[in-house]
Write a protein that binds this ligand. Structure first.
Ligand code: PMP
Ligand code: GLN
Length: 393
């Protein structure tokens, strides 16, 4: 293994999913729904396969039907207008979109700022691109993980090339507010930064207890941002088809061309027939997106309440599939002295549940040590069973 990848072993998701299979534990680790997406979208994939659409290499930028549907989705939801031919690129999931963006836009030695805790592929992709990651830590304040905008400002140096943003944020569930995003946008313009923004959970934002829903606002909608922002989306999360690996990038013709230059030598193309199916999925009525949101909100509430009752401190997420908890209130022995790694390694045997130690998403491991992430994109009965097991911990 070369030096760039030496620090990255097996991903935590593979490790923990294997542990779940080995122990028969309930897998609240890896974030994938245990119910597949809509029947009609699966049918659309079958039709594409049967009719011979996408069984051979699709066009490099993605099939026109899907690019048109992605552009229409950005316009309908956010008022962002993209030319499907020059400003949209289909990728093999958001994972490839992230890797290709960094490989295309970062020079060796450039600094890349990422919010910490960060999704694990960010660190590896920055490393593959030869960049230096500069984490800015989100810290809990009044029940929510918060970005310190002064720290973000201080993290920018003359070597900073790019800001890698993620909202709604995995694993904390924070949805950056309009005010926070406006400050980030101002900073990006002032310091002439590119921004790659991972918005795969754009449709997973939940109404809070006062009945307000924190809007997901794409960074590209802020003044001066469209021309410096690469926005990433994924059908895996939006439609519950994580195995299909259909993702996308929207940006300017120059930036899309750059990302495509890297992408063409990674996978060239992917997911032919599924691209046609996702084109149809993106045109589903608003009621589909609303019902997914409501269903997930109920699951979030069920698992939040259960974890609270089991003795965890719960950071109720505004979005995503995940709840971050602090294990320290469980007490020293049950929480393994507040060590999330030790806790998660022992949890399948002790309670029959798999969770993810947030420390893996940190450079400053000590900051993340007591936090543990549970996924709630699972059937209600599975969540209820997990809660019973955790209460008996
Ligand atoms: N970004 C974030 C924040 C994620 O949680 C994930 C995992 N779904 C991805 C990117 C990767 O998405 P995909 O499965 O489309 O590659
Ligand atoms: N994004 C998913 C999560 O955070 C996992 C995807 C993967 O296994 N790479 O759980």
């Amino acid at each position: 293994l070369n030096r760039r990848l030496a620090e990255f072993g097996t991903t935590i998701f593979a490790e923990m999913s294997a542990l779940a299979v080995r122990t028969g534990a309930i897998n609240l680790g890896q974030g994938f729904p245990d119910t597949d997406g809509p029947e009609e979208v699966r049918e659309a994939a079958v039709r594409a396969l049967r009719d011979g659409r996408g069984n051979q290499y699709p066009p490099g930028p993605g099939v026109p039907e899907l690019r048109t549907a992605i552009a229409a989705h950005q316009l309908r939801n956010y008022g962002l207008s993209y030319d499907p031919d020059r400003e949209v690129l289909v990728t093999a999931g958001a994972t490839e979109a992230i890797a290709a963006s960094l490989l295309a836009l970062v020079e060796p030695g450039d600094e890349v700022i990422a919010l910490e805790p960060y999704y694990d592929s960010y660190a590896a992709s920055i490393a593959l691109a030869g960049g230096t990651r500069v984490p800015v830590t989100l810290r809990p304040r009044e029940g929510r993980f918060v970005l310190d905008l002064d720290e973000l400002r201080d993290a920018v140096t003359p070597r900073t090339r790019l800001l890698l943003l993620n909202t709604p944020h995995n694993p904390t569930g924070t949805v950056l507010s309009r005010e926070e995003l406006a400050e980030i946008a101002k900073l990006a313009v002032e310091r002439d930064l590119l921004v790659v923004t991972d918005e795969v959970y754009e449709h997973q934002v939940f109404t809070d207890e006062n009945g307000t829903t924190p809007a997901h606002i794409p960074l590209a909608t802020f003044p001066g941002m469209r021309e410096r922002t690469v926005t990433i989306g994924s059908a895996g999360k939006t439609f519950s088809f994580t195995g299909w690996k259909v993702g996308w990038v929207t940006s300017t013709p120059e930036l899309v061309t750059a990302v495509r230059s890297a992408k063409q030598y990674l996978t060239f193309v992917a997911s032919g027939p599924f691209q046609y199916a996702i084109a149809e999925a993106l045109a589903l009525p608003e009621s589909y997106f609303t019902s997914v949101r409501e269903d997930l909100r109920a699951k979030r509430d069920l698992l939040s309440a259960g974890l609270t009752a089991a003795g965890f401190e719960v950071y109720r997420p505004q979005g995503t599939y995940f709840i971050t908890t602090d294990i320290r209130p469980l007490g020293d022995s049950r929480s393994h002295g507040g060590d999330g790694f030790a806790f998660c390694r022992a949890l399948p045997e002790r309670a029959g549940v798999v969770a993810i130690p947030n420390a893996v998403f940190y450079d400053h491991r000590e900051e993340g040590a007591p936090f543990v992430r549970f996924a709630f994109c699972k059937r209600t009965e599975v969540l209820a069973d997990a809660v019973d097991r955790l209460k008996a911990l």
